[in-house]
Design a protein around this ligand. Sequence first.
Ligand code: SF4
Length: 329
Amino acid sequence: MGEPLSSTGEHLLEIRELKKYFPIKKGVFRRNAGWVQAVDGVSLHIGKGETLGLVGESGCGKSTIGRCILRLLEPTEGDIFFEGKNISTLDPAGMKRFRRKVQAIFQDPYSSLNPRMSVGHIVREPLLVQGLHSGAKREERVEDLFRKVGLRPEYMSRYPHEFSGGQRQRIGIARSLALQPDLIVCDEPVSALDVSIQAQVINLLDDLKQEFGLSYLFIAHDLSVVEHVSDRIAVMYLGKIVEVAKDTELYSNPLHPYTRALLSAIPIPKPQQKKKRTILRGEVPSPINPPAGCRFHPRCSEAMEGCSREEPVLKAVNDHHQVSCFLYP
Ligand code: SF4
């Protein structure tokens, strides 16, 4: 591992050359038989008050990035900076502050809430753990959080199973807001919800962002989900970022063949309007032994000679757009 890099502190969160490999253990002696290269050299940043959408198919490594940011996983290589400080070198006081400032909302509102706790206690718990507020002030704060996410404080004594999926996700959001965070890692927060409820939860997250000046890392497998919440979007394929652009730019001028294929898969509301659909060839290759050269080349309809040998790097095509593809020299 090289020397840890330093951050300019310009961004709220900065990820530099992040790698996360998982060992594959085999045999009676659990010998290491290889590595799953879940994240392989990813650099990203999120500004204050900004939402970065992170999109890619299942297994591309996007949730692993979220878990490394939350320090639920230790990176194999690379550095993550929050407010200019390397989170792997924080002292206990710094780590306590980091845990307060960076929160998470997970995909499955059914399993992320403790079924034996009342929902009031679930939202109150972070305040107790961090020793914030006491007595009536704490209860006032919990009630206020319920109102903020569109739930009645009278529900506080009920248990998670008494709520619908959308309501449970609102409870998860209230819990994530309890400590007044600056950044929330939203890991597929609407994927497990009915389509009719998804828009309500996305609108709620957007309103809360405006009200509290929050930043989000919004992880999703579908470009249509992140469209309305993101300021910038990063597209990920097999452990690497292949394109990053401002939201409007990505949807109006997608450059990477993989981004174009993902966009062409979004259904359009007017059935009479024809849309050219790009069908991706084959399956996503294994991250245990990713293809040489451009990792997308076995599925790319525009692959050229050299794409299977050389690996493209992420390069700026303008101030708001980066792509990793030989089509854009
Ligand atoms: Fe396709 Fe080549 Fe671009 Fe990779 S580098 S996306 S294979 S054209």
